[in-house]
Design a protein around this ligand. Structure first.
Ligand code: ADP
Ligand code: MG
Length: 238
């Protein structure tokens, strides 16, 4: 069975339908990118998967369990946001340890998990610093570290690069790709940037006005766009 499955998912805010009848299957270990123009519903779809919004209708399954009515903490997911709000008064270590502490994870295990994440992200020497003493890229790595320590079944990223300058965007993108190659974790990544989608994805989901236009491997979509919207958006030759 798929690691993440969406069945007939709809979401309306008041009378405005924002997500329309979305069905998707995401396999274990896949890196899936939701792409589409601003306002097409990418963040809403991710937030529905995360449990930060409730569905109007439909079902969501994660790791063989229907999670439609479960809170975010019970879904086996960890989310990295565009604005990676770190706790300014806490060290890097405590920023990463905080959610585990809340869950009652034993101190020794917290230390092991934080140190393992710091190693993966090459941040071992930064654990005692506070966010103000970090660069933008380092802060974003702490935000990613907070997700890693939770050992989620699924990582969710919402435009994690959009607040970074061009050079950092490139470096962090490479870092996220490396991380996925290393951890092999199922990842859903939202962006409005075609280059990010083409370079990171195993599978791209193109959205327009809350509807799935096409799902496929990057080159498949590029070479055989289902319609003019997909062709135009991905810059396929016409
Ligand atoms: P994207 O992430 O693709 O830019 P969003 O998922 O943020 O798009 O938004 C999709 C649509 O839903 C937009 O028209 C947006 O204005 C609307 N929307 C998002 N969140 C809310 C909300 N909490 N209340 C009302 N409308 C919302
Ligand atoms: Mg968004």
């Amino acid at each position: 069975m798929a690691q993440v499955e969406l069945q007939g998912v709809n979401k309306a805010f008041g009378k405005t339908e924002v997500i329309r009848n979305v069905g998707l299957e995401i396999e274990k270990g896949e890196f899936v990118v939701f792409v589409g123009p601003s306002g097409c519903g990418k963040s809403t779809l991710l937030r529905l998967i995360a449990g930060l919004e409730t569905l109007t209708s439909g079902d969501i399954c994660i790791a063989d369990k229907t999670v439609t009515d479960l809170p975010p903490s019970k879904r086996g997911i960890a989310m990295v946001f565009q604005s990676y709000a770190l706790y300014p008064h806490m060290t890097v270590y405590n920023n990463m340890a905080f959610s585990l502490d809340l869950q009652g994870v034993p101190k020794k295990e917290i230390r092991e998990r934080v140190e393992a994440a710091a190693k993966i992200l090459q941040m071992e020497t930064l654990l005692d610093r506070r966010p103000a003493a970090l660069s933008g890229g380092q802060r974003q790595r702490v935000a990613i570290g907070r997700a890693i320590v939770r050992n989620p079944d699924v990582f969710l990223f919402d435009e994690p690069l959009s607040n970074l300058d061009a050079a950092l965007r490139h470096d962090t993108r490479v870092e996220i790709a490396r991380l996925h190659a290393q951890l092999g974790a199922t990842t859903i990544y939202v962006t409005h940037d075609q280059v990010e989608a083409m370079t990171l994805a195993d599978k791209i989901v193109v959205l327009k006005a809350g509807e799935v236009m096409q799902v496929g491997a990057p080159m498949e979509l590029f070479n055989k766009p289902a319609n003019e919207f997909v062709a135009g958006f991905l810059g396929s030759p016409t």
